[in-house]
Design a binder for this molecule. Structure first.
Ligand SMILES: [Zn+2]
Length: 317
């Protein structure tokens, strides 16, 4: 079974919403086994996932003065439900920790999707670095104090604060994630970021969606030694269909490769954040179906790169 690195999932939001629901009599979710969690621990093991990124994500409807509390609740659940209860799951606190993972161990990386969590408070951001956040996307789809998100019709780039955050990411060897950026924000970030990642985005030439990257953006990512992790959300894979097949997804990988990105490609499923699925790639347990199809079109070494090694080679030194 080929080792997998997955740079985006939203399991923490699911865990948090159900934890809050316990106040109203709901049962909390068991991260290890819950069928409701696409990336539960059993499924990660079944699919060969060796390192899984977990995003802190605050829904835009949460009032400003409650966002930090939501972020802390998700960090707390990352520690209590994912790390503390599962001895085989190791918290990756710095990039070198990945090298220490033993057979049977799984690395868990904490990330942030949207600077909304810390507002304009860089002390809070510094706490997030201390808590182990290793990748930061400035926005989700909405605008915040750092930047506009991909869903904002205004399409603005980075604010002064946003630029400051990218510089702090560089100092801390933390990725700046362009996945939810506007086009203008993307170019602002690529000018400043030492460590750019698209943690869950596809190619816009194949599927023209604002969450995907144009060819010149992909080429810039390659030039800056960045990594592009393709996302398994059907609306970002095909424009003309509600569903998608693994073959449809592989088309994005072929396209990015044709632009010279064969060493820059990875996977960022967006499991637990998506509601429709690629057929036969519906949760982390099915990851090897993607590997098997890739092996019919790429060399084994190339597929190992997509699955795991490209990220290891390009991670911040
Ligand atoms: Zn996302």
């Amino acid at each position: 079974m080929m080792k997998i690195m997955d740079t985006h999932c939203d399991a923490l939001l699911k865990l948090q919403l159900r934890k809050r629901g316990t106040f109203f009599g709901m049962e909390p979710l068991d991260y290890r086994t819950s069928e409701e969690i696409d990336t539960n621990l059993i499924r990660l093991k079944t699919g060969g996932v060796k390192v899984q990124f977990f995003a802190i994500f605050i829904e835009p409807e949460v009032p400003f003065d409650e966002k930090w509390q939501h972020a802390l609740e998700q960090v707390n659940l990352f520690y209590t439900e994912i790390i503390d209860k599962n001895p085989e799951v190791k918290h990756i606190k710095k990039w070198e920790d990945i090298d220490d993972l033993k057979d049977g161990e799984i690395g868990a990386v904490l990330t942030l999707e949207g600077a909304d969590a810390f507002g304009n408070d860089l002390v809070k951001l510094r706490h997030l670095y201390r808590l182990g956040v290793l990748s930061i996307g400035l926005t989700w789809n909405n605008a915040n104090l750092c930047a506009d998100g991909a869903g904002e019709p205004r399409g603005g780039g980075l604010t002064l604060l946003g630029k400051e955050v990218v510089k702090l990411n560089n100092e801390h060897r933390v990725y700046t994630d362009v996945a939810h950026s506007t086009v203008k924000g993307f170019w602002d970030m690529l000018e400043l970021a030492d460590y750019p990642i698209a943690s869950h985005s596809n190619a816009r030439a194949i599927c023209d969606h604002p969450r995907n990257l144009y060819d010149d953006q992909i080429e810039k990512m390659i030039e800056k030694n960045g990594i592009i992790h393709v996302v398994f959300n059907p609306p970002f894979i095909r424009e003309d269909s509600e569903t998608a097949t693994i073959t449809d997804l592989v088309r994005h990988i072929e396209h990015i490769s044709s632009l010279g990105g064969v060493k820059n490609i990875g996977f960022g499923s967006d499991f637990d954040g998506i509601s429709t699925f690629v057929t036969n790639l519906e949760n982390a347990a099915q990851y090897q179906n993607l590997i098997n199809e890739l092996l019919t079109k790429f060399s084994e070494e190339e597929v190992r790169g997509f699955a795991y090694q490209n990220f290891l080679d390009k991670r911040p030194k």
